[in-house]
Design a protein around this ligand. Structure first.
Ligand code: KIV
Ligand code: ZN
Length: 514
């Protein structure tokens, strides 16, 4: 029988404490709704006493989300508790998270209080809060640097007053996994009256051990883990939701535990938080980084095409990751190139494959990777086929303080018609997209734009990855160019061409060969 681990999400409270991560009320509500879709068990939506906006956000989320526990957050201070109780009043299921420091370094230098005083405050405030809420989580802040004796005394004191869940923060990310696990064992074995108390882990990632420490806590009996999406939070952040959940999911037989997370929502949640908070995700970040499921080495690509398990321990489709398994580059072999071209719907005879392979290798030697758009052009040359229905030959962008406009010149390579269109928008990107859309007789929705600078310096190449939707299906176009506006325009047209290719490949090659 697998034990269930509660996922307590603090993206909107501890995660928002990440430098520069501040969120509006609407943004918090939007993220909270997605967290509910993801299936987290508890949401800590903010710190109600800290501002009117925080209060309103917590209140709104408590009213809107009926199927998830909402946890108010408060220092061990009466006014904080009152605000948190009031803000979460309308939640269908609620709890309250109270904290006060426990380590000597915090007591001596920050609180300037004795151990006895701090225990007294903790007791009083837990007893006060218990009048209003039954489920009380208590955190002795900096618990991992507190020392067993005083930690035990403090935990016993708050349990006696009715705390139902004890959270052990590794506030500065200092603990090693075995030390952190020992704290849970010590408390579980010794807390008087603590039979029905549950334990929770809250780990910071200063030494990159937040996930490992959280897993150590689970092995030592913790039943709740506090996490943030993309691991955002103070300094190096918190235990990353997606990494912890996927470690549990992938190794559940070894760990004997499971979560309620709907893994298919992981990618979407990660992107949403990254975009709203303006926090880019490192390319090599486990689970959600753009390289996390990409394979460049020819040997790996070959293995994957024969059996995915050769080099993959998770199925990206189960995380909602759009499947772009293979990055084509100079290490790619014939097998991978042929596979990608067949995904484009183009059958190649052996002579065409050899011709493409030679062109590909020459091209890939000069570039870091080969995008689908570049591959399509190479295929076009090797097969004498029009692979790109539309091509942009020129764009012009006009930007003035409140006015942005752009023209795009687009050729239809099948009919050889060339036209220039004028578009307007709030920014240059909107103006460019609006001008190109006029050239395309399709209903194209612009969904997302990712921009990367691929090197340093003024003449750095910019990479644009554009996601569009046509008739409910999503397509991605990638383009690299020194001119970032041009790369956005070409990325957009490349995604459109991909849609046309997938629907019409036979049609356009027939026309071309006439
Ligand atoms: O890291 C920490 O100590 C915290 C507590 C207030 C739970 O975020
Ligand atoms: Zn924290």
């Amino acid at each position: 029988m697998m034990k269930n681990i509660r996922i307590f999400d603090t993206t909107l409270r501890d995660g928002e404490q990440a430098p520069g991560g501040s969120l509006s009320i609407e943004e918090k509500v939007r993220i909270a709704k997605q967290l509910a879709n993801l299936g987290v068990d508890v949401i800590e939506p903010g710190f109600p006493i800290s501002s009117q906006g925080e209060f309103t956000a917590v209140q709104q989320i408590s009213r809107d989300l009926l199927h998830v526990e909402i946890c108010g957050f408060a220092r061990a201070v009466t006014e904080d508790i009152n605000r948190a109780i009031e803000a979460t009043q309308d939640a269908t299921k609620r709890s309250l998270h109270l904290f006060i420091s426990s380590s000597d370094i915090h007591l001596d230098f920050q609180l300037k209080k004795s151990r006895d005083q701090v225990i007294q405050i903790a007791r009083e405030k837990v007893a006060y809060a218990k009048q209003f809420v039954d489920r009380i989580e208590f955190s002795p802040m900096d618990a991992s640097r507190t020392g067993n004796e005083f930690l035990l005394e403090m935990v016993e004191a708050v349990v006696a007053e009715g705390a139902t869940l004890i959270n052990i923060p590794d506030t500065v990310g200092f603990a090693l996994p075995n030390e952190y696990g020992q704290i849970f064992k010590m408390l579980k074995n010794n807390v008087r009256g603590g039979k029905h108390v549950e334990y929770s882990a809250h780990c910071h990632n200063d030494l990159g051990m937040a996930v490992a420490n959280s897993l150590a806590a689970i092995e030592a009996g913790a039943t709740q883990i506090e996490v943030t999406v993309n691991g955002i939070g103070e300094r190096a952040g918190n235990c990353s939701l997606e990494e912890l959940v996927m470690a549990i999911e992938t190794r559940k037989e070894a760990l004997g535990v499971q979560t309620n997370i709907n893994t298919e929502e992981i990618f979407e949640t990660s992107r949403l938080v990254s975009r709203i908070m303006n926090f880019p995700i490192a390319f090599n970040k486990p689970i959600v980084g753009r390289n996390a499921f990409q394979h460049e080495a020819g040997i790996h690509q070959d293995g994957l095409l024969k059996n995915r398990n050769t080099y993959e321990i998770m199925n990206p489709e189960k995380l909602g990751v759009p499947r772009e398994m293979i990055i084509l580059g100079k290490h790619s072999g014939r097998h991978a190139i042929k596979h990608r071209v067949s995904e484009m719907g183009v059958p190649l005879n052996p002579t065409q494959l050899e011709d493409l392979y030679t062109r590909f290798k020459a091209f890939a030697d000069q570039h870091k990777s080969v995008t689908d758009e570049q591959l399509a052009q190479l295929v076009g040359k090797a097969t004498n086929t029009v692979m790109e229905n539309y091509m942009i030959t020129d764009i012009k962008v006009f930007t003035q303080h409140h006015k942005k406009a752009a023209t795009a010149t687009v050729i239809n390579q099948i009919t050889h018609e060339e036209n220039t269109f004028l578009g307007k928008g709030k920014g240059p990107v909107e103006a460019i997209i609006s001008s190109i859309k006029q050239a395309i007789p399709l209903d194209v929705k612009f969904i997302d734009l990712e921009l990367y600078s691929l090197s340093s310096g003024e003449n750095a190449n910019g990479e644009a990855i554009v996601t569009i939707e046509i008739e409910g299906r999503k397509f991605k176009g990638t383009c690299i160019d020194e001119d970032i506006m041009f790369s956005i325009a070409k990325g957009f047209i490349s995604a459109i061409n991909q849609c046309i290719r997938e629907n019409n490949i036979q049609e356009s090659s027939k026309i071309m060969n006439q």
